[in-house]
Design a protein around this ligand. Structure first.
Ligand code: PHE
Length: 448
């Protein structure tokens, strides 16, 4: 097989930063608050954290081990173990495509809000009803959301075309730490808003009366979504990791940072939700209708909101890059066409889907799938069905098909690192995670 030399990532921190760039994004800042809001707050947070720890981490390690040992895109990586296993890789590509279909739309919204923040128009409104009207008007506009979605696809395309090292690594390195700092500042501010205590209680006080088997599925789905696992992005990124990268530390770092950002986003959003008089169950619009209220309360609100939306755009961008990269690496390596060409094919196809999803939330509500808008269908389908399914298959593959020596060698860097959780990992991947995922699936299908 003619293969050009693969790119690798630079220094010691790069693996963590690049993988965290993929993991931290709209999933933590936009999706987590709205899903937690719809599913009872505190109890959901607890289930989400447990999912990350007990299922998310093992799956991420399995993906890292598979990616780094095969040095391949996800289809190629599974294919090393026999052609039939490629199916798991293909499922991941489909998931990536579905996620990009709505993720590009929300990314476009963040860009639209950035433009409003810079232009000073975000500060004109003052009541919850006005914030809601602003959002609805924006997403129903005949061409603006489409334009911003297309711009976002274009930005992602440029970074992907620049290549892994120049494009992806640099963006993550500078802007992720900045995002963190701004979130902390905003969280401190939100905690001082009137009725903040109600928001904090909602986020941290578990009320198990709302928890069902379905809630667990949704928490697991959110865990997969926010860690970028179950679909091949982390396999692809790990194929660029260096031999000396410590996979366990990387996974722990990424998981910890991602959970922290989700919690911080919750601390920013929920106190403000109660303080401006909105409902935590508002759905996908939650963050967009809450944020203007937070900023209006601050001195130099225009500056704060502009900085925040710049960072949100970047967080979204480092995630769309990883979704795009999973598809591009596949087209490039398996269809044997140039990287540039592959990137073009992926951008064109995802732009088409995202445009339809964007229209489905506003101007054209006839664009439906399973009785909901195409946008909602893609969000639900990918996070709550495709990702947990991909995760289930990945666990089974890592526990039963991937040979034990390869897995152990990857996690211990060929015996040079101490690796004491060998048996725990094996148990989790072989038995615990698949059984849990299967039960949760059956339960939510009403079969239990
Ligand atoms: N983890 C990203 C986020 O939280 C979304 C994502 C999902 C990225 C799957 C890559 C793969 O925003």
């Amino acid at each position: 097989m003619n293969r050009t030399k693969r790119a690798t990532l630079g220094g010691r921190l790069s693996a963590v930063l690049v993988a965290a760039g993929s993991a931290i994004g709209l999933g933590n800042i936009w999706r987590f608050p709205y899903v937690a809001g719809e599913h009872g707050g505190g109890a959901f947070l607890l289930l989400y954290l447990l999912s990350i720890l007990l299922v998310g981490m093992p799956v991420m390690l399995a993906e890292f081990a598979l990616g780094r040992s095969t040095q391949r895109n996800s289809v190629g990586a599974f294919g090393r173990y026999g052609a039939k296993w490629k199916a798991i890789g293909y499922l991941g590509l489909l998931t990536s495509f579905a996620i990009l279909g709505f993720y590009f739309v929300v990314s476009g919204w963040t860009l639209g809000y950035l433009v409003r923040a810079l232009g000073g128009t975000l500060q004109h409104d003052h009541t919850a009803a006005e914030y809601t009207a602003l959002f609805t008007e924006f997403i129903r506009h005949p061409w603006q959301p489409l334009l911003y979605t297309a711009l976002f696809v274009g930005m992602t395309h440029v970074v992907i075309s620049l290549g892994v090292q120049r494009g992806i690594e640099r963006t993550s390195k500078i802007l992720m730490p900045l995002l963190f700092i701004v979130l902390i500042a905003l969280a401190i501010h939100s905690l001082q808003m009137p009725r903040a205590a109600e928001g904090v209680r909602f986020l941290f006080e578990p009320d198990f009366s709302k928890v069902t088997g379905r809630t667990l599925l949704i928490a697991l789905g959110q865990a997969f979504f926010s860690l970028s696992i179950g679909m091949g992005s982390m396999i692809t990124y790990a194929s660029y990791f260096r031999p000396e990268t410590n996979l366990r530390h990387t996974a722990a770092g990424v998981t910890g940072l991602s959970a922290l950002v989700a919690i911080l986003a919750g601390i920013v959003i929920f106190p403000a939700v109660f303080s401006v008089g909105l409902e935590p169950e508002a759905g996908p619009s939650l963050v967009f209708v809450t944020l203007p209220g937070i900023f209006n309360d601050l001195p130099w609100s225009g500056l704060w909101s502009s900085i925040f939306f710049v960072l949100l755009v970047v967080a979204a961008l480092t995630s769309t890059i990883s979704l795009h990269e999973a598809l591009t690496a596949y087209v490039h390596e398996e269809w044997h066409t140039s990287r540039r060409n592959s990137a073009r094919i992926v951008s064109a196809a995802t732009l088409l889907l995202a445009a339809l999803a964007s229209l489905s939330t506003g101007p054209n509500d006839a664009l439906q799938l399973f009785g909901v808008s195409l946008f909602d269908a893609l969000d639900f389908l990918s996070a709550n069905i495709l990702l947990p399914l991909g995760g289930l298959l990945t666990c089974l593959f890592a526990g039963w098909v991937l040979d034990r020596t390869t897995f152990d060698e990857q996690l211990s860097n060929h015996g040079t690192l101490r690796y004491r959780i060998r048996r725990l990992m094996r148990f989790l991947l072989r038995w615990f995670c698949p059984a849990l995922l299967l039960l949760v699936f059956l339960d939510s299908l009403g079969l239990l």
